[in-house]
Ligand binder design. Sequence first.
Ligand SMILES: Nc1ncnc2c1ncn2[C@@H]1O[C@H](COP(=O)(O)OP(=O)(O)O[C@H]2O[C@H](CO)[C@@H](O)[C@H](O)[C@H]2O)[C@@H](O)[C@H]1O
Length: 664
Amino acid sequence: MTSTIPFVLHWTTCHSHSFMESVQMTTKVSSCKSFSNPLQAKFNNFRVIGQVGFAPLWCSRSRSGCLRLRASISGGGIGGSQDAVEEEKQEKGLILGTERDGSGAVIGFHLIPQSGEVEVNEVNSVKDININNLKEAEEIEGEGKAQTRITYNIVFVTAEAAPYSKTGGLGDVCGSLPIALAARGHRVMVVSPRYLNGSTADKNFASAVDLDSRIKVYCFGGVQEVDFFHEYRDGVDWVFVDHPSYHRPGTLYGDTRGAFGDNQFRFTLLCHAACEAPLVLPLGGFTYGEKCVFLANDWHASLVPVLLAAKYRPYGVYKDARSILVIHNLSHQGVESAATYQNLGLPSEWYGALEWVFPTWARTHALDPGLAVNLLKGAVVTADRILTVSQGYSWEITTVEGGYGLHELLSDRKSIINGITNGIDVAEWDPSSDEHIPYHYSVENISEKVQCKTALQKELGLPIRPDCPLIGFIGRLDYQKGIDLIRSAIPEIMEDDVQFIMLGSGDPMFEDWMRATELAHKEKFRGWVGFNVPISHKITAGCDILLMPSRFEPCGLNQLYAMRYGTVPVVHGTGGLRDTVKNFNPYAQEGKGEGTGWTFSPLTKESMLAALKIAVRTYKEHKSSWEGLMRRGMRRDCTWENAAIQYEQVFEWAFIDPPYVSSD
Ligand SMILES: Nc1ncnc2c1ncn2[C@@H]1O[C@H](COP(=O)(O)OP(=O)(O)O[C@H]2O[C@H](CO)[C@@H](O)[C@H](O)[C@H]2O)[C@@H](O)[C@H]1O
């Protein structure tokens, strides 16, 4: 006689390579076998993965990608009462469908939610299961509630990904968010260039191996051969596109003479290669395939949505893929002369997608028709969805002031724009374990922070004064960051009893100004010109106040790092700064106070100085208020997990609609 044991299956977090560790049998499953090769279980259609009583437990994948678990039990003893239990569980949606053999006995359990609805499961990760768009249903013991989460094949396309390459926040985000998404069960690939500049930074790519999978890219009037390197780290496939144009001295985008003249070529290659990568690279033995969600970050990756629509979909490829443009900074759009369109490897009839006409005032002379191609615009009009790195910024880009000429197009697509505030790498940025800082502290033991301050003063040759308010600035010396405002306010700031440390590189004019200011105010000001990660950690830990007078700030990471280190931010109320820094109110919460810093507006020297003065006075005269500010900042939830969950929601929305641009 054939009978069935109802059992509870719990698919749970799995970071190891043992397939069976991802399956926890919570009742009546006597033992589980482990596959020596997880891929065997992962990609074969039907496999024995354990035992229920004495019977084998099978795992299979249906055509739709659903996981099915089956057990066929011989012998009596369980019978009818178990069927009743099963029925009851089905009613509650605990067992999400059964499969019966000819005799009517249950031989399988389908992990498909009863209602057909998809719920996002907030806790689990099944990276090692990794079946394309696996719909996993989960029964949580005790809660009696089934949850389902869809996992995706995600392809990040980016010009930077820390720790391999970084000039700013883009590198941070594309170095951390993929790991957070992989930890939640998605299969994640990051495609970026393999930069070699002959410096010690080249060793960042040392662990990436040549996949020996060369492809030909047809663009710029010829055929380019690119190669792929690969490293599997932290659950993510890091794929590096290799081409001689990525091997040269300087930064990622330029050298002392300015931006490289062939950046359009370099990033066109990146986009073409990134579109091929999921189709041709058998990572871990299997390609990602066509059903991917591409995250095209900033202008460098903006050709990706256009290529999907213009080069692939007309031939039936990537019909099931979706693309999301992620805007980290709208002020850079990849604009070049219209004549360069023919170089991009796109069909001529797609010119309109990239067409860009400069307003009259921006043209070089009276006869200049202002014709150009704008890569970011191409993505704005072809991507399935658009994301910015904070909610505030998602609105700002639809305004004349923040839209950098794209506000009308972006307003037209308002319904598919969302903002998700960046998280931070809480392991790298943790004052209780940071390898770059000399003393460690935490919200429970905040007193050691002052030691970091005096160590920093000592290292930089400033007078060692634990009680003197120490103000910091870290960032690119760029118009965006409001350096001109700091420059104009420095005479007044230096009149106060404060010290000021700036770390930054960029515009040579501001670099020279920092050096000159240091000479003029030896006892109070230090200007560190250059890009130095350890120093940035020391400043974040050692300062009392972080100043960020950014003209616009899509999200901003330094204020997030600062708050985590108990350093109180004083910021211009714009974009992500306004979203993340809560203005201090000493009277709220029955006098206990609330808020994590100060946001000032408008962006004038006067309002910035006023906010700084209040901050300095609070630091000096209201120690308990200051401690409250520090602690509230340190306790903020700024993990990537939070953001990753919101990204999943956007992926889901992207797949609900058909591709925004299709050839049908
Ligand atoms: N001289 C230096 N030495 C060492 N480290 C330095 C440095 N100068 C900058 N950094 C580091 O570079 C990163 C800068 O990140 P930001 O988010 O502040 O700005 P960025 O404008 O580059 O990023 C853009 O993308 C990010 C990510 O989405 C958005 O947060 C942001 O608003 C948007 O402008 C931080 O990790 C910072 O510590």
